[in-house]
Design a protein around this ligand. Sequence first.
Ligand SMILES: Cc1ncc(C[n+]2csc(CCOP(=O)(O)OP(=O)(O)O)c2C)c(N)n1
Length: 654
Amino acid sequence: MNTSAASSAPFSGRPRLLPSIHGPADVKALPPEKLTQLAQEIREEIIAVTSRNGGHVGPNLGVVELTLALHRVFTTPDDQFVFDVAHQGYVHKLLTGRGGDFFRKLRQTDGASGFLYRAESKHDSFGAGHAGTALSAALGMATARDLRGTHEHVVALCGDAAFTCGITLEALNNVVSSTKRLIVILNDNEWSIAKNVGAISKYLNRLSTNPTYNKVHHDLEKFFTGLPGGQDMHRLWVKWKRETKDFFVESSLFEKFGLRYLGPIDGHNLDELVKNLEFASHCDTPVILHVLTKKGKGLDAALAHPEKFHGASPYDPLTGESIKPAVAPASPPAPNYQDVMGKALVRFAKADPAIVGITGAMPSGTGLSHLATECPKQFFDVGIAEEHAVLFAAGLATKGIKPVVAIYSTFLQRGYDPIIHDVALQNLPVTFCMDRAGLSPNDGPTHHGLFDLAYLRPVPNATIMQPKDEDELVDMMHTSLQLPGPGFIRYPRGAGVGVKIKTQPATLPLGQAEVLRQGSNIMIWALGSMVQDALALAARLETEDNLSVGVVNARFVKPLDRTLLLSHAACIPLLVTMEDHVLSGGFGSAVLEALQDSDCPASVERIGWPDTFVEHGTSQEVLRAAHGLSPDAIHRRVVDRWRNLHAAHVEADV
Ligand SMILES: Cc1ncc(C[n+]2csc(CCOP(=O)(O)OP(=O)(O)O)c2C)c(N)n1
């Protein structure tokens, strides 16, 4: 099947099967000999759709047989599958009535989400987008089943990198004390987004490749379960192993946690998968099936470049090359914020060996791969372990190391307690680079970085900044690295503005905003990525509405430039705040609080995201329009507010 792009050659001429799969019952009804053809059609569909829309190519191509086997043995929605991250749920979607046009609009407005959602289908028993949640959630569901006295199966599907998450290990620690019936699938493809890291990953590798363990274990397992009263004999064997302290046959780590270990199992062999899942479904102890899969199976480019094809932008399925825009841009595209951050960190780290970078399994996504290549000793990938990343940084900082923790805004939510309890309370100098602050349009609500200001603003000792462009990002990193306590820098996904980056970064005066344009009717206080929009809005208000509009680049959310703010409030009739963040607790809230605290009555129009989870969508523009944040909608709101204000003033005068 490893043709360049899963060609249908072996089955050409046969009627296609996928269009007749409308739900799990159709999968079950298919004769076994047709499953290989169905698997191939699924791969073709995934490649066709992701090559156009982008998406999680490798993870899904790797679980085609596994998902088919799950639907052959179990029956959703009665039985429940909990997918970790849920980025590998495309096959499940195709088998549960979400194929056709809905799937072809994957990650687009009105199309299938790239993750699983309870609201999208009754076959999605639990939603996700962040890693490491499946085992805990599944354990909760299994325990609820036991409490309610029902009998459905609960299956947790976890990637090998999920076992680098503390939550997974916390759940593992609780399995046997919570339930007797839980099926855990360890989908081991040896990759996180990058190559999986850490001791557990090495252990899994030993477990799957140690021929002695496998052979002896497998043969004995087969022998005991094959005896009359197999389950009882198996129990005896497990007991004997425990009592002989694994002297003859080493137990897997999972057996030490009380789970029965089955494997390793070839994750592309449907018969073997079905047999093992059927066996697991009859076990009266929690079971873990160690399934070996190939990330990207069926697409040569994905097999050759697992990291790129973990989550890919649109690509040519034959060459694997990313698809460039049809019309070449007039000027070279601006670099991505992540690369600017990564390259700046290399410069800082080369100049100061005390500077280190920490990522939670996302070296490329955060731009830290530059540091990994250039200064490997100053680079740490701690796995999907954001809580640990923050604490690890705190520990480093106590010894004079200057850690830069690069974590997406949404994933830093995992590190909240150590941010308060360990970093901020002890006022430790740790710099946080929070990429993807703002929307992550195709990914949706699990990935939008819309809450970080609200969760960081109340934290004492925190300095919070957002740059207006990539040059200011470097200035902010430089500034943060000199702070006595924690500095948080948020910036959006994607390309910068295209400005030149100074050779020598500037130290920004703490808590000082920058006036970019003067105005006497309206002053727009814009944060970071909204500064360009604010400048465009100001120009439009001037030309179309004859208003004098100024723009401030706020730079700091905390400490806020109160002096400048109060001076504006004293003489400018309308203030507008603009931020790529929810309104609750965000930048506009900080402005309102500052004005209120100074008893300064001012009219403020706040522009930001509403109090709702923003769905996935085709683009920023589409989602902004859907939530009243398109440039036209913002312009209308500001003009309306100005007119109302003006009308109120006139009324007051008469
Ligand atoms: C809390 C959190 N941190 C980081 C990520 C980004 N992320 C998405 S998938 C992934 C790797 C998952 O690897 P694994 O569980 O082994 O599944 P695979 O993709 O290999 O099938 C990471 C790090 C995330 N989704 N959630």
